[in-house]
Design a protein around this ligand. Structure first.
Ligand code: NOJ
Ligand code: CA
Length: 687
């Protein structure tokens, strides 16, 4: 039935397009349609779709014969009519793709995009909105599907009131997710049975069995509303809930419409889940022709000082963003190989209740004690770039009115990165960040920045869905409880298990601006609050938590003379490849990464509140080489509660196949740099 015709070779891959399935074309019986099946390239994942006797469209998913998703219905309710509720299959077509594409930056240089696709075209005859299609793509690491609604019967736009996409999870699995309406996704991913979940944001990660992990999310969210999930009446049948406009509608869509992809990532273990490529593969390819100006890097910032209340964002005696202070940070950056310096509180608008007065922010006018041109000149002369900060307090219209000229100004001055912020639950006083209104705004910022050669680090945004593939100037997002909670959170700081959970939950949505690297845990303003880690774990987080731009969080004076700084300043932010030899969600994880364009490896291993003896087999090293490993690990009696600071620094020779024993303290970690030795007898050879 699935007759395939090879039509050509595309790069590394083969494009195979099948003939249409004639038996289904031109109106088939519903029973025939229920046979629609699709397999992943390795045959392990199997999707079945169909239309039930009531005319409802459904799908199921199995992994190596084990049910993952039971019968799940999908439909869209628009003002103009519904699709998916009383339909017939018109046509089915199959195709395949196998290509490899390169990322300008990432956890891996090359990504294989290998899938089998099935397009099911459906009709609900006699209605205004009668035609639509569902496109299913099955990869070895998961499923993506989306809805396509063409122009029809004089309709060139529709108003979507509801999307009912179901994920009927086979098990009442343990799920890690957070409430959809928590501010800026800055909640914990707490484990809960699927059936007991609140309405949650995605990624929603689940452990179905010891060898079956699944994460639900979306990809390529553009000009649509974010998808949240909620279990139906205490069951394991999750249903989509689109973030609404303040007026209740979900999406105003022009036709033809292609919705974002709904994704189901499937893996045998947490490490494989964290390294899945479903989201990136489903995002649109790179839209920037010349990406040479996009540079991963490491930065410090006039930042922790405000969170610790040593400085203020606003003007006055304690103003952090002064010309003098910025130069001090630039000097530190230049001396220690940091590429950037973030400066917050440099611009007018911070005085008074700034979170309620976003319209007052100027993105071009500096406070009188901060000479924007001079600080940039000084930075450029020292080989460092200033990273501008644009806090909007959610006033997105005010930002849109200024951002073109602001980005052009920054570019002229030599700045190449802007950190954006939206501290207000509502955009422009009334729309949710995850609404179509919010999605449109955040996308416009990234596109405007790309035109002006500006990289974006976004805080308080909409959850990532792979935009960094299309716009690689979209570097990282916060959208999580980051290190700032270790400065002022009344609960004392991030729990030790939090960073052992993020790589398998939030990280599936893209790079995280967590900002690890706090060295001084004393906190005058909030004495009970500090990182709930050892110092060695702060170092390890620089490897474990992926971002192409990594800020070392602390005030620069806290790094002076500290031998542990060597690890932070040596650790790259762009990688050739990544392996995760061991992980248990919320408990521990070890990540090993090989630097892009080099031979050296970096390892981060962390644990939750329990101590742990990690054993890392170095089978990823080159077989014919030797390496010098420098290990930064928890020292004598280190403990995150009572004795966080001791770090032992040890150097040793290692080779492929050796086992590295890393003893992690309670709440501890270890960070390792593994540098390839030059071949003996040829000391000048490039390593
Ligand atoms: C919250 C952000 O997450 C933080 O990084 C920033 O310093 C403050 N808002 C002020 O904009
Ligand atoms: Ca934040």
């Amino acid at each position: 039935m699935d007759k395939k015709i090879t039509i050509g070779l595309l790069g590394a891959g083969v494009l195979v397009v099948s003939a249409l399935i004639p038996v289904l074309a031109g109106g088939c019986s519903r029973a025939d349609a229920a046979d629609l099946a699709l397999k992943s390239p390795n045959g392990q994942l199997v999707l079945n779709a169909g239309v039930d006797p009531q005319g409802r469209l459904f799908y199921t998913l199995a992994d190596k014969g084990t049910a993952v998703i039971d019968t799940s219905y999908v439909s869209i309710q628009a003002k103009e009519g519904a699709v998916g509720q009383n339909c017939k299959v018109r046509k089915v077509s199959h195709s395949s793709k196998d290509e490899t594409w390169e990322q300008p930056w990432g956890q891996e240089a090359k990504i294989r995009n290998n899938y089998n696709e099935m397009v099911v075209e459906l009709a609900e005859e006699g209605k205004d909105l009668e035609k639509f299609a569902v496109v299913f793509r099955l990869f070895d690491d998961g499923l993506g599907f989306r809805y396509e609604i063409p122009k029809q019967n004089g309709l060139d736009s529709i108003t979507i009131m509801d999307e009912n996409t179901q994920f009927n999870i086979h098990e009442d699995a343990t799920a890690w997710a957070q409430p959809w309406d928590h501010e800026y996704y800055e909640a914990y991913y707490l484990p809960s049975p699927v059936s007991k979940l609140d309405t949650v944001a995605t990624p929603l990660t689940m452990k179905l069995t010891d060898s079956l992990y699944v994460s639900l999310h979306e990809a390529n969210l553009i000009d649509y509303a974010e998808m949240n999930l909620t279990p139906e009446k205490g069951t394991t049948r999750l249903r989509s809930y689109l973030t609404p406009w303040s007026t209740g509608e979900k999406v105003f869509a022009a036709l033809p419409l292609k919705t974002p992809w709904r994704t189901v990532t499937v893996a045998a273990n947490p490490g494989a889940l964290a390294l899945s490529h479903v989201t990136l593969n489903l995002a649109d390819p790179c839209a920037i022709e010349d990406t040479s100006w996009i540079e991963p890097g490491r930065y410090v910032g006039i930042w922790w000082g405000m969170h610790m209340e040593d400085y203020t964002w606003h003007s006055g005696d304690k103003h952090g963003a002064t010309t003098e202070n910025a130069k001090r940070y630039i000097d530190f950056a230049a001396a220690n190989g940091y590429s950037g310096v973030l400066v917050e509180g440099w611009n007018e608008g911070w005085d008074g209740e700034w979170t309620m007065n976003g319209d007052k922010f100027s993105f071009t006018k500096a406070y009188p004690d901060f000479d924007l041109a001079e600080v940039n000149r000084y930075a450029r002369q020292k080989g460092v770039r200033l990273i501008g900060h644009n806090e909007t307090a959610g006033a997105s219209r005010n930002y849109e009115a200024q951002m073109d000229s602001a980005f052009a100004l920054y570019n002229r001055l030599g700045m190449n990165t802007v950190k954006t912020g939206y501290v207000n639950m509502m955009l422009d006083g009334k729309e949710l960040h995850g609404s179509q209104y919010g999605v449109r705004h955040y996308r416009k910022v990234v596109e405007t920045a790309a035109r002006n050669k500006i990289m974006i680090v976004n805080h308080e945004g909409v959850m990532g869905t792979g935009w960094e593939r299309t716009y690689p100037n979209f570097m990282a997002q916060e959208n999580m409880r980051g290190q700032e909670y270790d400065a002022w959170s009344p609960d004392g700081g991030n729990l030790p298990e939090h960073t052992c959970t993020l790589p398998f939950t939030r990280a599936l949505a893209g790079p995280m601006d967590f900002t690890p690297g706090t060295f001084n845990f004393n906190n005058k303003a909030h004495p009970g609050t500090h990182p709930q880690t050892t110092l060695a774990k702060q170092l390890a987080l620089a490897v474990v938590i992926y971002s192409p731009v990594v800020m070392s969080s602390d005030m620069v004076e806290n790094y002076e003379g500290r031998p542990e700084l060597e690890f932070l300043k040596s650790c790259p932010t762009n990688w050739e490849t990544t392996v995760i030899p061991e992980a248990a969600i919320g408990e521990y994880v070890t990540v090993a990464r090989k630097e892009r364009g080099g031979d050296n490896w970096f390892i981060g291993s962390i644990t939750n509140s329990k101590s742990r003896d990690a054993k890392v087999k170095l089978d990823f090293l080159d077989k014919d080489a030797t390496y010098t490993a420098k290990v930064f690990k928890d020292g004598f009696k280190a403990d995150y509660r009572t004795n966080p600071y001791p770090v032992d620094i040890e150097t040793m020779q290692v080779k492929a196949g050796d086992e590295l024993a890393l003893n992690l303290a309670n709440g501890g970690g270890a960070a390792v740099m593994i540098v390839k030795n030059k071949p003996a007898g040829n000391p000048t050879a490039k390593n």
